[in-house]
Design a protein around this ligand. Structure first.
Ligand code: HEM
Length: 532
């Protein structure tokens, strides 16, 4: 074959290919589509070449992401494997099967730590604190924190700090909005309340976020910015956020700056407390029972904790307690507004308790009623209603673990060492197989046995996690939510503003994206007397 024939024949093939290009493209697209849709039957979502399930995830992100996950999990009977794009770290197993939850949270706890990916991502914010610790370091902190958190002085402090916050700060702010006939963002008010409260119990300092005029408090703002910037790292490739951190630009610059302000506040409080303790000695130490002061009284081997350790423990507790109970309360008030029969039963219970006071408390002007710890404990129906709100809107909607050795879940899912596991609490609250046909209804009654609150297995109701890493603040959180809810319901009717959109925000905590705009009206005394 001479040069000319070679040229003309290759030109012919090329020409033929070019003519067929549209047909070839369509055929390839049809093949990929059929292949991906076949994969959908097996995996619950189409798997595309190179990008895996990313297109479906992006579509899910446009709407309510948690409902989207619930739908896929439901179709896949409780567990699905998410295949991320090639060469990314988005591959994971997503589960809402209680058997798998028990396996990873309790039975094989040691095989499912938070893992290096999670810990590396949030280390700048959380340091080596309890939320970000695994193995021995976690065990030591859990034991130390548990001892202090469940002490009698600590319980007294939490109860007293709540009375102070609700009666001297929350009610005046609510009264202001009532007097001005103004709408109020109840979620914002509750977030301020729990931020002040957790700082009081962690640092022994009240930042004053919940004050008339709802001011911006630099420490609270810095904490919020630092948390938001840390969360961005989870949706950014690791190499990219590390490069941004190195160059000190974008969200990484924001993170560095806000962390400087958080640390400045924390170390100032720590050093001031150290000085106070040195000057005033044991009297001052005895008079304060916040976590920081408690941790300054040496570890169990008699050695003092470092300033960095004290900073980490306080920052971790603030993160744990600053928004979890407030968002739960916001969803609770929204659900109660939609379910007047539930509101009536809560009011009835609270009034019955006040009316039963042996010292004639039932005659008190209702503006002056301060609930007592033993009364809060007896509010079974209220606890049921709060649990029901948490079942449907868990404050932590999804959580994460990383498996450190090859494992098999009880449902047969094979997990290779290093696999990330997401457990979907939001989806669990909506599974017929767990809660029955009425799983999407708000029914506090499902939590009552013979009129008393009865808790569920922590592997079905996972809002507070389960196993050795069960939420350390669970009892306190219930007490706090019950005290705040009862104090509000007893005084005011809370109506969500007509047409106000209520949807979850995509974040680590289940915030309402647009807050909760409400109007308050004062409860008539005759309304309460019906039950007193
Ligand atoms: C409705 C309120 C709350 C809910 C739904 C809740 C939920 C949770 C969940 C799901 C975890 C596990 C997180 C993880 O390991 O990834 C957790 C852990 C934790 N929570 Fe809570 N929490 C609430 C309130 C609080 C409060 C008010 C505090 C303290 C003031 C607190 C302190 C902690 C601590 C220290 C941990 C870490 C436990 C450990 O890793 O050993 N929580 N909580």
């Amino acid at each position: 074959m001479n040069q000319t024939t070679l040229h003309s024949s290759s030109g012919g093939i090329l020409g033929l290919l070019l003519t067929l290009l549209p047909e070839l493209t369509i055929a390839a697209a049809i093949f990929v589509a059929i292949h991906s849709l076949r994969q959908k039957n097996r995996h619950g979502l189409p798997v595309w070449p190179l990008v895996g399930m990313l297109p479906s995830l992006l579509l899910g992100l446009r709407g309510n992401m948690y409902e989207w996950i619930s739908g896929v999990i439901d179709r896949m009977n409780g567990t699905f494997v998410f295949k991320g794009p090639w060469l990314t770290n988005l591959h994971c197993v997503v589960t809402a099967d209680p058997r798998n939850l028990e396996h990873l949270l309790k039975t094989r706890f040691a095989s499912f730590p938070k893992g290096p990916y999670f810990r590396g991502t949030v280390r700048d914010l959380l340091g080596e604190g309890i939320f970000n610790a695994d193995d021995e370091e976690w065990r030591r902190q859990r034991k130390e924190a548990s001892l202090r958190f469940h002490s009698a002085e600590f319980r007294k402090l939490t109860a007293e700090s709540l009375v102070e916050l609700v009666h001297s700060r929350l009610i005046p702010v609510l009264e202001d909005s009532l007097a001005q006939h103004a709408e109020l963002d109840l979620q914002d008010v509750l977030l301020r309340l729990t931020f002040d409260n957790v700082c009081m119990i962690a640092f022994g300092v009240d930042p004053g976020c919940l004050s008339p005029g709802l001011p911006i408090i630099p420490f609270a703002k810095a904490f919020e910015d630092a948390t938001e910037a840390s969360v961005v790292r989870f949706i950014t490739p690791t190499a990219l956020w590390k490069a941004l951190r190195y160059l000190d630009i974008g969200t990484e610059r924001k993170l560095r700056r806000s962390l400087e302000r958080v640390d400045q506040f924390a170390y100032n409080v720590i050093r001031k407390r150290e000085q106070d303790l040195l000057i005033k000695g044991s009297t001052a130490a005895a008079s304060k029972s916040d976590l920081l002061t408690a941790f300054m009284k040496d570890d169990e081997e008699g050695k003092p904790f470092s300033e960095k350790f004290l900073r980490d423990i306080c920052v971790n507790f603030i993160l744990a307690g600053r928004d979890t109970s407030s968002v739960a309360l916001a969803w609770f008030f929204w659900l109660v507004d939609k379910n007047p029969a539930v509101e009536e039963r809560i009011l009835e219970e609270v009034c019955r308790i006040v009316g039963g006071r042996s010292d004639g408390g039932g005659d008190l002007d209702h503006d002056e009623v301060v609930f007592r710890p033993e009364e809060v404990k007896r509010m079974d129906y209220l606890q049921a209603a709060l649990s029901e709100a948490l079942r449907l809107y868990p404050s932590v909607p999804v959580d994460h673990k990383e498996v450190v050795e090859d494992e098999v879940f009880p449902d047969g899912t094979v997990l290779k060492k290093g696999t990330k596991v997401i457990y979907a609490m939001y989806a669990m609250g909506r599974m017929e197989s767990i809660w029955g046909k009425d799983c999407r209804d708000f029914k506090p009654e499902r939590w009552l046995r013979d009129g008393h609150f009865s808790s569920e297995s922590a592997y079905k109701f996972t809002a507070f996690n389960g196993g050795p890493r069960l939420c350390l603040g669970k009892d306190f959180a219930y007490y706090q939510m019950k005290f705040v809810a009862a104090s509000i319901v007893y005084r005011y009717r809370v109506k969500v503003v007509n047409g106000h959109p209520v949807v979850p925000k995509l974040a680590l905590t289940m915030y309402m994206k647009h807050g909760l705009k409400v109007e308050l009206s004062r409860r008539d005394k005759s309304e309460l007397r019906r039950f007193l």
